[in-house]
Ligand binder design. Structure first.
Ligand code: SF4
Length: 283
């Protein structure tokens, strides 16, 4: 894999475009964030495009090409570190939130995690963002989670409070919310971590009063989870738009739910924000 292009955003996020050794037709995207609270974060892709069709996401609105193998995932990190050697001394995290559903390609994802943990002693955390497709059951049952104590962090992309809405707007083959939460509760206990429940607010869709009560009911079934409410990044190919009710929704949620975090993506002006990967055609 080689670097094709790097674009820097106004907030210093760097968006990377990589070429593949076996194809001129497709490219892979990753980014480097530097956040006050968390330090350096490399956000990688685990697939070219995505098999899922989440309506708010550029990858979901593009075609799925294939899974990336472990070496291709590691290459994204290696090439970003070569371009930013400070990461090795300062320490960094890797987050699987670029293009692709990581648990649909979990063998390569965990192979890459194990390899990078050996190569980079200053890699101090790995974050996996997942919608919990039905295939993730195999992952949940086969991985030895005790190996990842204080190292692995999950984010569950919930976005809708009812299973049927998640099947419609994200992907039809997802685990039921109750089942996914049962697994994430057990895993978070083993890895000693509070996982996050991600909820992007879409205009007039999931930003209503009744959604707060439904979210509270879901949060009450979690152990130590934090609700992360996010603004939607602009994705031209999406039919959804960001909620106009963001502030009101957040304050109402904070009144009734104990642990609420508010988030908006960095790097959105260079399409490095959540849901923006595979959005532009520089090739
Ligand atoms: S949000 Fe994640 S799972 Fe959904 S289409 Fe985008 S990359 Fe795939």
């Amino acid at each position: 894999m080689k670097v094709l292009n790097v674009i820097k955003s106004s907030d210093n996020t760097k968006k990377y475009y990589f070429g593949l050794s076996d194809s001129d037709q497709f490219h892979v995207e990753a980014c480097l964030l530097h956040l006050k609270r968390y330090g350096y974060i490399i956000c990688v892709s685990s697939q070219i495009g995505c098999m899922q069709k989440c309506v708010f996401c550029a990858a979901g609105n593009s075609r799925f090409v294939r899974n990336l193998n472990s070496e291709e995932i590691q290459d994204q990190v290696r090439l970003i570190i070569e371009d930013n050697p400070i990461l090795v001394s300062e320490g960094f995290q890797v987050t699987y939130m670029g293009s692709g559903e990581p648990l649909s390609n979990f063998e390569s994802v965990f192979k890459s995690i194990d390899a990078m943990r050996t190569y980079y002693p200053t890699l101090h955390k790995v974050n996996i963002s997942t919608t919990c497709p039905t295939t993730s059951i195999t992952c949940f049952k086969t991985i030895d989670w005790s190996k990842y104590k204080h190292f692995l962090h999950f984010q569950y992309s919930l976005h809708f409070t009812h299973d049927n809405e998640r099947y419609k707007f994200l992907y039809p083959q997802l685990l039921k919310i109750t089942v996914a939460i049962d697994y994430l509760n057990s895993i978070s206990e083993i890895v000693c971590d509070k996982y996050k429940i991600n909820y992007i607010l879409f205009d007039e869709l999931n930003d209503k009063k009744e959604n707060i009560a439904e979210l509270k009911a879901i949060m009450d079934t979690t152990q130590n989870a934090v609700l992360k409410i996010s603004t939607m990044s602009v994705v031209l190919s999406s039919s959804l738009t960001p909620s106009k009710n963001f502030e009101q929704f957040v304050s109402a949620a904070q009144e009734s739910i104990e642990a609420v975090e508010v988030f908006s993506s960095d790097g959105t002006d260079v399409n490095a924000g959540c849901g923006q990967f595979y959005n532009d055609s520089i090739l």
